[in-house]
Design a protein around this ligand. Sequence first.
Ligand code: SAH
Length: 248
Amino acid sequence: MVGIGPGGAGHLTPAARRALEEAEVWAGYAGFLPAVDELRGEKRVITTGMTGEVERCRRAVEAAQNGDTVAVISSGDAGVYGMAGLVLQLLGEREISVEVVPGVTAATAAAAALGAPLMHDFACISLSDLLTPWETIAARLEAAARADFVTVLYNPKSKRRQEGVARSREIFLRHRVPATPVGVVREAGRETQEAAIYRLENLLEAPVDMLTTLIIGNSQTYVAAGRMITPRGYENKTGFNEERVMGG
Ligand code: SAH
């Protein structure tokens, strides 16, 4: 199980690259294979569309059972809303040797584009209600908002689901001030990356799609010179001499 990072070649780890090169068969969502296409060569590729995840993983497990070395490819990290869990579930008790190769996940790629918003405790929540009922998602949003977690939103929108960001905003507005910074990053870690910081109250102005990750600040998060910062608490200790400049 190989996480190939957020898309740019610079964020593909050497271990992930080696695993991709060593594999005889690749299994992955066709939509992101171009990111690693130069490594593909003559390898057999198991692709099905976005909805064919279970079938694709089943075929990957079959190939592994037949003795092939298979790389199951996920974007970001394979174990964060990726394929690693499903593959391990399908493998069950079978004694096939497995390696999970970690990758740069969208949360940290987006955070890097914004500044340092994840310096304190944070929660990741996927807004996809394909596999999780919305009531569960809403309860987790509510809990994260109440507990003052910086909150990363994956899968904010798809063609079928348009309301997730608006509903999340409403929930957070019950617990955080309207000026709370929200970082919105599209295609993090790629040449086409776009990053902007909104206020929670203005969040509906932000363009959001399937390739966007949102980071909602906690009660301490602020913006200085366009950089989003969640303080860890050093400023409360003696010896912290930097002047804290409030902005945004
Ligand atoms: N395994 C992946 C997450 C897959 S879920 C990882 O660890 O990053 C798909 C969601 O990830 C997208 O809807 C989006 O919210 C986020 N995502 C993936 N790649 C991204 C990128 N390059 N920039 C911003 N968000 C991204």
